[in-house]
Design a protein around this ligand. Sequence first.
Ligand code: YSA
Length: 244
Amino acid sequence: MSTTDSPHPGRLHPITITVREMADIFGRMGFDVVQGPELETEWYNFDALNIPNDHPSRDMWDTFWTKTKGGEERKVLRTHTSPMQIRWLEKQGAPTRIVVPGKVFRNEATDATHEAQFYQLEGLAIDTNVTLGHLKGTLERFCKEYFGNDAKVRLRPSYFPFVEPGVEIDVWFPAQKKWLEVMGAGMVHPKVLQNAGVDATRYQGFAFGLGVERFIMIKYGIPDIRLFHSGDIRFNYAFNEKPV
Ligand code: YSA
């Protein structure tokens, strides 16, 4: 029996569709797509990103750790896609422009806008003359491409140890009449470039990490993030009428 004869032909998940759409928008701005491991070392998830062991910023995210037997290195389920900044720069060097979609994990209670596992899309642009203006222009353009030209986007100063300066980006959530934080971003900290073997006196750039589900929620007025991973097939069907 072919897929189309089946009483319940499959549908692509909204996250799959959206990651492809986002990669396509960034692709038109010159970004390549790469992927990285979900099980990470402490070095890549934290230390290399300028988050030392004894620093309070390590508590920004509640982390799932692996159990270890004597002498083994402990690993983490990555709390964000930012470790791929280091892995990619080590491998490829600068200049570079990439986006990295993938699943991330946080040991936190869920509510309508927070899940314990969700998707991020990381971006990284490193070159000799990249400025905060490029960051702002790229992210505002991206939001308008994804949501439409009338999308309301705002930047707020914020703190992440791996950027200086840092910002957070909120988009107006019309269905709930409120601003929703959709991503963190900033100019890559020179220590991060050094940790990845890049000459920080020559190169600089910006990076960002966006929450994929939150983008979809705003665009389609989805009231609860937990619907994405509920396994309720009606959710997929409502989102996407075409069988695979
Ligand atoms: C910041 C600066 C950079 O140079 C690069 C990346 C970043 C982002 C940083 N790595 C980070 O993870 N920041 S964050 O904790 O604020 O999460 C980024 C986005 O993920 C949020 O804006 C939100 O859209 C989404 N998010 C965070 N926690 C979530 C969540 N989505 C669903 N459930 C959660 N629990």
